[in-house]
Design a protein around this ligand. Structure first.
Ligand code: FE2
Length: 306
């Protein structure tokens, strides 16, 4: 049976701490398995303004959803309700909160030991076999005037069942959530309004989880309707390793970061950052910072991929 927890049910468990990046952070657990148990792990993380979470990675696939304030991951702006997906062993960051701070949900299908920082644990990261690092950030579209409106995210998808949807339901409208059996578990995030489940109303923010063998979440909008995200984890098949081939060609090339998979196409450059089309990787300034994982060029392990 799918489970669900509302913020009101869990808010008394809010804990504060002083993380390595400075400032103060608060954590409110919605779902917390015992250490090492492969059960879903969902919590709200909040922090003081301008808090910086250093570039790091996790051992499992992860969704993050911005629920208050804003900020950036690397150079990617984080708007309200934006979803960031990072595959297991993909470094991302730094995550920097804006003036109003940033609150985000961290959502995993199974337990993870916590952030492992790129500055200390890079060797461990590089030693992981068959790593296929990848991350993506996308904001949802809660649109439409039908009783049930569902928009699939454009970029949050892969060949193993990764998918994300934005749902907008009129008051009391009902729909079976997308099929959870094709992935590795599925979160339902109530971002506005409420859903009714097993005789109780769950207001935003509520977090539901459906295991693959539980089929789907029965979504029933509350009296004011609901806006919700459905986040489907990919199956845990072994990813194929990227095997870069060195090229001695004088043609313009595409480079890929071996840590976070960011790619740099010499033909396109990065005009937004003042790097003209046609600039070779060796001519990109040493002060350049990776937009995905925040590493400086000097620390980058790049390989030619095309
Ligand atoms: Fe993290």
């Amino acid at each position: 049976m799918p489970r669900i927890a509302a913020y009101d049910d869990v808010k008394d468990g809010k804990k504060s701490r002083n993380p390595p990046g400075g400032g103060t952070s608060w954590r409110t657990d919605f779902m917390r398995p015992p250490e090492g148990v492969k059960e879903p792990m969902a919590f709200l993380a909040e922090g003081t303004p301008h808090r910086v979470i250093k570039p790091h990675f996790h051992e499992v696939d992860q969704f993050q959803v911005i629920v208050s304030g804003g900020g950036v991951i690397g150079k990617h702006p984080l708007s309200l309700n934006a979803v960031h997906f990072s595959r297991a062993h993909t470094p991302y960051g730094p995550l920097t909160g804006a003036e109003e701070g940033v609150g985000f949900l961290t959502l995993r299908a199974q337990w993870d030991p916590g952030a492992q920082y790129l500055d200390k644990d890079k060797d461990k990261l590089v030693a992981v076999p068959n790593r296929k690092p990848w991350q993506v950030t996308e904001a949802p579209k809660f649109e439409g005037n039908a009783d049930v409106n569902i928009h699939a995210f454009n970029d949050i998808k892969d060949e193993r069942g990764l998918a994300a949807y934005a749902l907008k339901l009129a008051p009391n409208a009902q729909v079976a959530g997308p099929d959870a059996s094709k992935g590795n578990g599925q979160y339902l995030i109530v971002t506005k309004g409420s859903v009714n489940y097993q005789g109780k109303e769950y207001k935003a923010i509520s977090i539901g989880f459906t295991k693959p063998d539980e089929g789907y979440f029965p979504i029933v909008a509350g009296p004011e309707g609901v806006e919700a995200l459905v986040l489907n984890f990919p199956r845990l098949e072994m990813a194929k390793a990227i095997v870069p081939e060195a090229s001695k060609s004088k043609e313009l090339r595409v480079w890929q970061c071996l840590l976070c998979s960011f790619s740099y196409d010499e033909a396109k450059g990065m005009p937004d950052e003042g790097i003209a089309a046609g600039t070779r990787w060796e001519d990109v300034p040493e002060s350049w910072i990776c937009p995905d994982c925040g590493t400086s060029k000097a620390d980058f392990d790049m390989a030619v991929v095309a």
